[in-house]
Design a protein around this ligand. Structure first.
Ligand SMILES: [Zn+2]
Length: 137
Protein backbone atom coordinates (compact mmCIF):
# COMPACT_ATOMS: atom_id res chain seq x y z
CA UNK A 1 0.00 0.00 0.00
CA UNK A 2 1.27 3.46 -0.85
CA UNK A 3 2.32 5.73 1.97
CA UNK A 4 -0.12 8.23 0.44
CA UNK A 5 -3.11 5.89 0.53
CA UNK A 6 -6.13 7.67 1.90
CA UNK A 7 -4.59 11.11 1.79
CA UNK A 8 -6.93 13.80 0.53
CA UNK A 9 -6.23 14.86 -3.05
CA UNK A 10 -6.68 18.55 -3.88
CA UNK A 11 -9.54 19.32 -6.24
CA UNK A 12 -8.66 22.06 -8.70
CA UNK A 13 -11.12 24.78 -9.63
CA UNK A 14 -10.95 27.14 -12.61
CA UNK A 15 -9.16 29.66 -10.39
CA UNK A 16 -6.68 27.21 -8.81
CA UNK A 17 -5.94 24.96 -11.80
CA UNK A 18 -2.80 26.90 -12.91
CA UNK A 19 -1.43 26.61 -9.37
CA UNK A 20 -1.91 22.83 -9.24
CA UNK A 21 -0.50 22.45 -12.75
CA UNK A 22 2.60 24.33 -11.60
CA UNK A 23 2.96 21.98 -8.63
CA UNK A 24 2.80 18.98 -10.98
CA UNK A 25 5.69 20.53 -12.96
CA UNK A 26 7.65 21.20 -9.75
CA UNK A 27 7.06 24.94 -9.85
CA UNK A 28 5.50 27.01 -7.08
CA UNK A 29 3.35 29.73 -8.65
CA UNK A 30 1.97 32.89 -7.08
CA UNK A 31 -0.47 35.39 -8.45
CA UNK A 32 0.96 38.86 -9.03
CA UNK A 33 -1.17 41.91 -9.65
CA UNK A 34 -0.12 43.86 -12.74
CA UNK A 35 -1.89 46.98 -11.37
CA UNK A 36 -0.18 47.30 -7.95
CA UNK A 37 2.58 44.67 -8.09
CA UNK A 38 1.62 42.74 -4.97
CA UNK A 39 1.86 38.95 -4.83
CA UNK A 40 -0.76 36.77 -3.20
CA UNK A 41 -1.50 33.25 -2.08
CA UNK A 42 -3.98 31.47 -2.12
CA UNK A 43 -5.26 31.90 -5.68
CA UNK A 44 -8.18 34.32 -6.04
CA UNK A 45 -9.98 36.10 -8.86
CA UNK A 46 -9.16 39.59 -7.54
CA UNK A 47 -6.07 41.24 -6.06
CA UNK A 48 -6.34 41.23 -2.25
CA UNK A 49 -4.46 44.55 -2.08
CA UNK A 50 -6.19 46.74 -4.66
CA UNK A 51 -9.12 44.73 -5.99
CA UNK A 52 -7.93 44.65 -9.60
CA UNK A 53 -8.68 41.57 -11.71
CA UNK A 54 -5.38 41.87 -13.59
CA UNK A 55 -3.57 38.94 -12.00
CA UNK A 56 -0.77 37.00 -13.65
CA UNK A 57 0.90 33.75 -12.60
CA UNK A 58 4.59 34.04 -11.77
CA UNK A 59 7.04 31.46 -10.42
CA UNK A 60 8.04 31.98 -6.80
CA UNK A 61 11.67 31.58 -5.78
CA UNK A 62 10.59 28.77 -3.47
CA UNK A 63 12.63 30.31 -0.66
CA UNK A 64 11.07 31.34 2.60
CA UNK A 65 11.20 31.09 6.36
CA UNK A 66 9.20 29.37 9.05
CA UNK A 67 6.72 31.88 10.46
CA UNK A 68 5.04 29.43 12.86
CA UNK A 69 4.89 25.68 13.28
CA UNK A 70 3.56 22.80 15.30
CA UNK A 71 4.66 19.20 15.68
CA UNK A 72 1.89 16.67 15.05
CA UNK A 73 2.48 13.57 17.16
CA UNK A 74 -0.90 11.87 16.76
CA UNK A 75 -2.23 11.37 13.27
CA UNK A 76 -5.69 12.81 12.74
CA UNK A 77 -6.47 10.14 10.15
CA UNK A 78 -4.92 6.73 9.38
CA UNK A 79 -3.54 8.22 6.15
CA UNK A 80 -1.01 10.21 8.19
CA UNK A 81 -0.17 7.50 10.74
CA UNK A 82 3.18 6.61 9.16
CA UNK A 83 4.27 10.24 9.11
CA UNK A 84 4.10 11.10 12.81
CA UNK A 85 5.77 13.00 14.23
CA UNK A 86 5.63 15.60 11.46
CA UNK A 87 5.83 19.37 11.24
CA UNK A 88 3.01 21.57 9.96
CA UNK A 89 4.20 25.11 9.39
CA UNK A 90 3.17 28.51 8.13
CA UNK A 91 5.91 29.44 5.67
CA UNK A 92 6.45 33.07 4.76
CA UNK A 93 7.71 33.12 1.19
CA UNK A 94 10.45 35.53 0.10
CA UNK A 95 7.82 37.24 -2.08
CA UNK A 96 5.66 37.94 0.99
CA UNK A 97 2.68 35.58 0.88
CA UNK A 98 2.37 32.84 3.48
CA UNK A 99 1.16 29.28 3.06
CA UNK A 100 0.61 26.27 5.26
CA UNK A 101 2.74 23.26 4.47
CA UNK A 102 4.89 20.52 5.95
CA UNK A 103 8.59 20.77 6.85
CA UNK A 104 10.04 17.42 5.76
CA UNK A 105 13.27 15.41 5.90
CA UNK A 106 14.39 16.67 9.30
CA UNK A 107 13.88 15.96 12.97
CA UNK A 108 10.93 18.03 14.23
CA UNK A 109 13.21 19.40 16.96
CA UNK A 110 15.39 21.03 14.28
CA UNK A 111 12.60 23.39 13.17
CA UNK A 112 12.61 26.94 14.55
CA UNK A 113 10.64 30.09 13.82
CA UNK A 114 12.76 32.08 11.39
CA UNK A 115 14.54 29.05 9.95
CA UNK A 116 15.21 29.22 6.22
CA UNK A 117 13.34 26.76 4.00
CA UNK A 118 13.16 25.86 0.32
CA UNK A 119 10.21 24.37 -1.50
CA UNK A 120 10.10 20.85 -2.88
CA UNK A 121 7.20 18.80 -4.17
CA UNK A 122 5.59 15.63 -2.91
CA UNK A 123 3.84 13.50 -5.49
CA UNK A 124 0.50 12.04 -4.45
CA UNK A 125 0.52 8.87 -6.54
CA UNK A 126 0.53 10.86 -9.79
CA UNK A 127 -2.80 12.51 -8.97
CA UNK A 128 -1.38 15.76 -7.64
CA UNK A 129 1.74 17.29 -6.17
CA UNK A 130 1.90 19.25 -2.95
CA UNK A 131 4.50 21.83 -2.01
CA UNK A 132 6.55 20.86 1.05
CA UNK A 133 9.58 22.59 2.51
CA UNK A 134 13.04 21.54 3.66
CA UNK A 135 15.32 23.42 6.04
CA UNK A 136 18.19 25.21 4.30
CA UNK A 137 20.40 25.86 7.30
ZN1 LIG B 1 -3.34 44.90 -6.92
Amino acid sequence: MSENAGRPIPIATAVTEPYWEGCRRGQLLLQRCTACGSSQFYPRTLCSSCGADTLEWVPASGAGEVAAYTVVRRAITPAFAERVPYVVAIVRLAEGPQLMSHIVDCEPEAVRVGAGVQVGFEDLDGEASLPVFRLTN
